[in-house]
Design a protein. Structure first.
Length: 105
């Protein structure tokens, strides 16, 4: 569904179709950007480190107020993970394998 800011008149089918095409091309561009990053060892290592920094692989439980911060960070990590999983799921598996090998896990 196109974002409302792209459509001036929702009754104008041409505007709605143009907005949908722009929205779709943005999604394609974003997916291609993710694939480009995940296409190199350095890119996968960078993404893995960002996911770890966001606390994706640990519990969010902490002190009373810190848990909200941790969940916010984790939510960002989940969004990055969703983008990677949608654009190139095989690269995520490779990233996990590389991380295990690098850390001798």
């Amino acid at each position: 569904m196109p974002t409302p800011s792209l459509v001036k008149n929702a009754a104008d089918v041409e505007q709605v179709n143009t907005a949908a095409q722009k929205s779709e091309s943005r999604q394609d561009r974003d997916a291609n950007d993710v694939r480009e990053v995940m296409n190199s060892v350095r890119g996968r290592r960078f993404i893995w480190n960002k996911l770890a920094f966001c606390g994706l692989y640990k519990t969010s439980y902490a002190g009373e107020h810190e848990i909200f911060y941790n969940e916010g960070m984790r939510n960002i990590g989940l969004k990055i993970l969703a983008d990677v999983s949608e654009a190139c799921p095989e690269a995520y598996l490779l990233m996990q394998k590389e991380n295990r090998e690098e850390n001798n896990v």
